[in-house]
Design a protein around this ligand. Structure first.
Ligand code: CAP
Ligand code: MG
Length: 410
């Protein structure tokens, strides 16, 4: 039954959507056919209701390559199978039921190649890398930022004070943590009021533009309300947890952002539930989906530096996609975050390049926010001046504090 969805001599046309998957099963051809059937028009039985006019909508497995472990398969989908501009719908086919098929021992979606017709049905980022650099007047160097820590619990005034210390210390960006919303201890409205006041003060005192990324993650209508409030109060960025908020909500927020013109900071909290396991999807498809919908900057990992698992090659591949030319879809800023500190900056930049936002939470606030912030900025300055960190720390005390505490990596 499922084998009829496999045709290894099939040559997909350019307008087809192509997925690449890693598959493990005892009968590969049957399992691969099952994935193509269940993600397009088929099921486990031939049904009497099938019409000949709809067969052209069937997906086709056109490549099966044996790997050391498992098999890499490629599936071609006619674009008419999907509703253009509807990301949840596209994913409900290509990344929906298939992971639950009993005969599979592993199934991971490694990549999605969207055809032009589908790409054109999404707007992509309202603001991309170029817009962010223009706003900050930072041409080349990596951006440095922090996450307010403790991640939850500070009241609005203390939250704002930490942000001020971080900006005054030299950081470009301050963000809320992924699980801060509008809890009683720090309501969104007072958070915005107090912190944007501090942003203005820090900009005046440093003569530099700064970014504040408050977390608007909530029910969708409420997210829009919060995003509008940020705009009204003079903010330049909002953050959303794209996995827990969901793709439909992100599409709605992006639609609204056509008018708001805010930097859309995408946090990926929850991604590791399915990017790490035997069943799920890799970060590359997530990055493609997020860029297509229209985030401005997105967490993509630290190339196995720091506290979070993320392969070096994988992070490099995801980041280079985010910055690649993709029809008229703007390039997106990759963000490295998680267990980072000033001592890691040279290694991060050597692995991931200058078009990078480097964020450190514990690595900043453990030293005293202002000192930690300055250590991050000095690390980036040292790279720009091509001076080894240890050398630079001899004349930059905050960097020395960081290297003494955390050490550094060549
Ligand atoms: C980092 C962080 C980020 C994670 C996200 C945290 O804090 O704020 O959310 O880095 O991981 O809560 O852990 P620290 P990723 O700097 O104190 O580790 O970027 O991999 O999605
Ligand atoms: Mg966090």
């Amino acid at each position: 039954m499922y084998e009829k969805y496999v045709n290894l001599s099939f040559k997909p046309s350019r307008n087809q959507l192509i997925t690449t998957l890693h598959l493990e099963a005892s009968n590969i051809k049957h399992a691969a056919g099952g994935v193509a059937a269940e993600s397009s028009i088929g099921t486990w039985q031939e049904v009497t209701t099938e019409k000949s006019y709809m067969k052209k909508l069937a997906a086709t497995v056109f490549s099966m390559k044996k790997q050391d472990k498992g098999t890499e398969i490629k599936i071609a989908y006619p674009p008419e199978l999907f509703e253009e501009g509807n990301m949840p719908n596209i994913l409900s086919s290509i990344a929906g039921n298939i992971f639950g098929l009993q005969e599979l021992k592993a199934l991971r979606l490694l990549d999605i190649d969207f055809p032009k017709s589908i790409i054109k049905s999404f707007k992509g980022p309202e603001l991309g890398i170029k817009d962010i650099r223009r706003l900050l007047k930072i041409k080349k160097r990596p951006l440095v930022g922090t996450i307010i820590k403790p991640k939850l619990g500070l009241n609005s005034k203390d939250h704002a004070k930490v942000a001020y210390e971080a900006w005054i210390g030299g950081l470009d960006l301050v963000k809320c943590d992924e699980n801060l919303a509008s809890q009683k201890f720090n309501k969104f409205e007072t958070n915005i009021k107090e912190t944007l006041k501090m942003l203005e003060k820090a900009e005046k005192e440093t003569g530099e533009r700064k970014i504040y990324a408050p977390n608007v993650t909530a029910e969708t209508k409420e997210m829009i309300r919060r995003a509008k409030l940020v705009k009204e109060k003079g903010g330049n960025c909002i953050m959303v947890d794209i996995i827990t908020a969901g793709w439909a909500a992100l599409q709605t927020l992006r639609e609204e952002n056509q008018d708001l013109k805010l930097i859309l900071h995408a946090h990926r909290a929850g991604h590791a539930a399915f990017t790490r396991g035997k069943y799920g999807m890799s970060m590359l498809p997530i990055a493609k989906i997020a860029r297509l919908i229209g985030v401005s900057q997105i967490h993509t990992g630290t190339a196995n530096i720091g506290k979070m698992e993320s392969g070096e090659e994988e992070t490099q591949a995801v980041n280079s996609f985010l910055m690649s030319k993709w029809f008229s879809i703007k390039p997106v800023f990759p963000i490295a975050s998680g267990g980072l500190h000033a001592g890691y900056v040279p290694k991060l930049v050597s692995l991931l390049g200058n078009d990078l936002i480097i964020q450190a939470g514990g690595g900043v606030h453990a030293l005293g926010t202002r000192i930690g912030a300055t250590s991050m900025r000095q690390a980036v300055d040292a790279i720009e001046k091509e001076i080894p960190l240890q050398e630079y720390s001899k004349t930059h005390k905050e960097l020395k504090v960081a290297l003494d505490k955390f050490g550094y990596v060549r």
